[in-house]
Design a protein around this ligand. Structure first.
Ligand SMILES: [Zn+2]
Length: 386
């Protein structure tokens, strides 16, 4: 059984220990059991601490049937260095711990505020290196979220103490606290005075000021409730830096003020759509003129780089100059095509040859067939018997 150092505060980030046992696990990992540890093991929706045992890197810590396992890459060197009985110095990755502490402590305040304002419960929490999500069992509108954000940040700036404690039996009965599930083992409560009281066994900040700030960066309806994506402190700074840089670049490209980029992009988009509409009209007039000028032939063949609607328009005009049918396709090897006749010519045998020789997919009825195929122009002409 591993002794957990300092389970109240998790202030220990560096300690000496002895390897008790070593397990070979799946995925090329070793599971190291120590006599004592200050690593936080994965649980409650968040990954475990990372760090080092001697010079071996601990990638995660998990509680498994064998015990609290410090997961290390399995290789000849680590097997030797982590043999049972070895005395080692352990270091917890302070940056990862601090980042997790900021997100997790921010989540406490957020959940406390949402519960107080709307009575919703936190029913899911996920904290990884990539994202932080919190699920509530009620609907939060954009306005609600702004209000919550304001109150959460007010609580952060008050720099309130975050107090973890093991309550007495009397306190357990008297106190009203949030709890996601029935707690196994000794109950540990975390109090942020006037904001939240919650059962939790993870590491937290000592005071709310360490969280820095919290923002909800995205929200979605989720199973009748709301999922919020949040960022706190250092992660929020990195995210903001990246997004502001994007906006700065867009602003420079558009010669627009940084607070007016969206309006400029909207204007550009409208102009782009209008030009696209005009270009389609011109293209159709050109193709129409080309079709009208074409001499009458048994079969009309054309490969043009255009959109599906214009392709159909062109095939229709060109078929008027075909004794049998018109075949129009887009340029390139991956082509859309249209087979069209204005007479009672049977297109089925032509379509069959396109399927067999050019891998054509698609179909149709009457005088129009369409689909996609991959073939060179020469292969197409051969299949069409041109
Ligand atoms: Zn907690």
């Amino acid at each position: 059984m591993t002794t957990h150092l300092d389970p109240l505060r998790y202030a220990t980030l560096s300690f000496d220990c002895e390897v008790k046992s070593l397990y070979t696990l799946e995925d090329g990992l070793l599971g190291v059991v120590l006599d004592r540890t200050a690593f936080f093991p994965q649980g409650g929706g968040q990954t475990g601490d990372r760090g080092t045992l001697g010079d071996c890197i601990v990638e995660n810590v998990e509680i498994r049937p064998q015990g609290t396992l410090h997961l290390v890459k399995n290789c000849e060197e680590t097997v030797q260095k982590l043999a049972p009985g070895t005395h080692l110095h352990a270091e917890i990755d302070r940056d990862k711990r601090f980042s997790d502490v900021q997100q997790h402590s921010g989540e406490h305040i957020l959940s406390g505020v949402v519960h107080r304002l709307f009575g919703y419960r936190n029913v899911g929490f996920h904290l990884s290196d990539q994202e932080v999500t919190v699920d509530f069992d009620g609907i939060l509108t954009e306005n609600d979220i702004c209000k919550v954000e304001d109150l959460v940040n007010e609580a952060i700036w008050k720099n309130l103490p975050i107090r973890p404690f093991f309550p007495t039996e009397e306190e357990k009965d008297r106190l009203c606290y949030r709890s996601k599930k029935d707690v196994e083992g000794p109950l540990r409560l975390v109090e942020i005075e006037g904001v939240d009281l919650c059962a939790c066994c993870a590491p937290h900040a000592a005071r709310t000021g360490e969280i820095g700030a919290l923002r909800v960066i995205r929200s979605e309806k989720n199973k009748g409730g709301t999922r919020l994506w949040i960022l706190c402190g250092r992660r929020l700074l990195a995210d903001t830096r990246q997004k502001l840089e994007q906006n700065r670049l867009v602003s420079t490209l558009l010669s627009a003020k940084q607070t007016e980029t969206a309006a400029y992009v909207q204007k550009l988009r409208d102009e782009h759509l209008a030009l696209q509409y005009e270009a389609t009209g011109l293209r159709r007039r050109m193709l129409q003129a080309e079709a009208d000028a074409a001499p009458v032939r048994p079969v009309q063949f054309a490969a043009v780089d255009t959109d599906p609607d214009t392709l159909l328009f062109f095939a229709d005009r060109l078929a008027a100059k075909a004794e049998r049918f018109a075949f129009c396709c887009t340029a390139g090897d991956d082509r859309r095509f249209i087979l069209l006749t204005k007479t009672d010519f049977d297109l089925q045998p032509v379509m069959q040859r396109l399927r067999e020789r050019c891998g054509a997919r698609g179909g149709g009825r009457g005088g129009v067939m369409q689909g996609s195929l991959k073939a060179t122009e020469a292969a197409l002409r051969a299949a069409l018997e041109l």
